[in-house]
Design a protein around this ligand. Structure first.
Ligand code: UDP
Ligand code: MG
Length: 307
């Protein structure tokens, strides 16, 4: 198998058949052995029937159905596990990503890249999406040092080794380039055409945006401290202990000089808040670090596989 195209979808009934036809138009001439893996991430509309209709015509289509909506990362992860191709391309199902870019992605991989990410240079989305997205990409670029413009683009191509090496969950699909780069893979980018959503509506609102930022923090810490947490927590702990000791010494001196400690409520509150903050932050971080190396997918997410 040369190529697996993995497409997660949630309620995209009006787009799926057109998407399949467009993919075939651009992939068939390449003369590759390929498969299309659709992951139904808990759709409640007519998507599955439309897709089954397409499958009658195109035996390369495989469908994995989730019991309920588990999110795009889980869906992608499931598709990655099942992909048999030497190269895997991911794509959104809503016709916003253009299948005409598939040959271009493959060409760029051929130049020696392990992961090629699409860049929606002229983006056709409402300003409520593009502005937060710009901010998000800017921050991610700044913090990770990876010179990619569009981490969130659904259209990406991977060599098989890349997706085998990286477990994803939550909103981590956005950070595949970061995690891949960290493992030493070569990450590239090409500008891709982008279209306005023709049918249905976006599934990514403000809530996911925030959780995307939390995941960025996790990714940053995974890539820097996963194998040496002591370098992070140790330093943090030392600094806190130092200032804690300093405060206590100052208080002790003042106490010896006859000043009662009971008149310093703010100081105690400050110490308390620092301790509580440090504890809960570290706990959350440790939890995330542990989770990141485990496959947290629900074991029985898949209801049905249609091959
Ligand atoms: N999607 C999914 N599970 C979800 C949310 C979205 O599989 O929980 C799919 C969706 O059907 C689409 C792709 O992920 O194929 C991108 O979603 P969307 O178009 O809503 O995101 P946007 O383009 O607005 O960022
Ligand atoms: Mg979309």
């Amino acid at each position: 198998m040369d190529l697996s195209i993995v497409i997660p979808f949630l309620n995209e009934e009006d787009s799926l058949q057109e998407l399949v036809e467009r993919i075939y138009t651009h992939v068939r001439p390449l003369n590759l052995q390929f498969e299309l893996i659709f992951i139904d991430d808990g759709s409640t509309d007519d998507s599955i029937n439309r897709l089954l209709e397409s499958k009658k015509k195109h035996p390369e289509i495989k469908i994995v159905r989730f019991r309920k909506n588990f999110g795009k990362s889980t869906a992608l992860s499931e598709g990655f596990d099942r992909a048999q191709g030497k190269i895997v391309i991911t794509m959104d199902a809503d016709l916003q990503d253009d299948p005409a870019e598939i040959p271009n992605l493959l060409k760029k991989l051929d130049e020696g890249y392990d992961l090629v990410s699409g860049w929606k240079k002229k983006r056709h989305d409402p300003i409520t999406k593009t502005v937060p997205s710009k901010l998000f990409n800017f921050t991610t670029r700044l913090l990770t040092g990876i010179k990619i413009h569009d981490f969130n683009c659904g259209l990406k191509a991977y060599r098989k080794e890349v997706i085998r090496a990286i477990p994803i969950y939550g909103e981590l699909h956005r950070y595949l380039p970061v995690l891949a780069h960290w493992q030493g893979f070569r990450v590239g980018e090409i500008p891709v055409k982008h279209h306005a959503r023709k049918f249905g509506h976006t599934k990514f609102g403000a809530r996911r945006f925030l959780s995307g930022f939390f995941d960025l923090i996790t990714v940053l810490f995974i890539t820097r401290y996963k194998h040496k947490p002591m370098h992070l927590f140790g330093l943090f702990g030392l600094i806190n202990m130092f200032f804690g000791a300093l405060i206590l010494v100052v208080l002790a001196i003042q106490w010896f000089q006859g000043e009662p400690l009971s008149r310093r409520p703010l100081l105690f509150l400050g110490i308390l808040l620092v301790i509580v903050g440090v504890q809960s932050f570290s706990l959350g971080l440790i939890g995330d670090m542990l989770t990141s190396s485990k496959d947290t997918r629900p074991k029985f997410a898949v209801k049905e596989v249609i091959e």
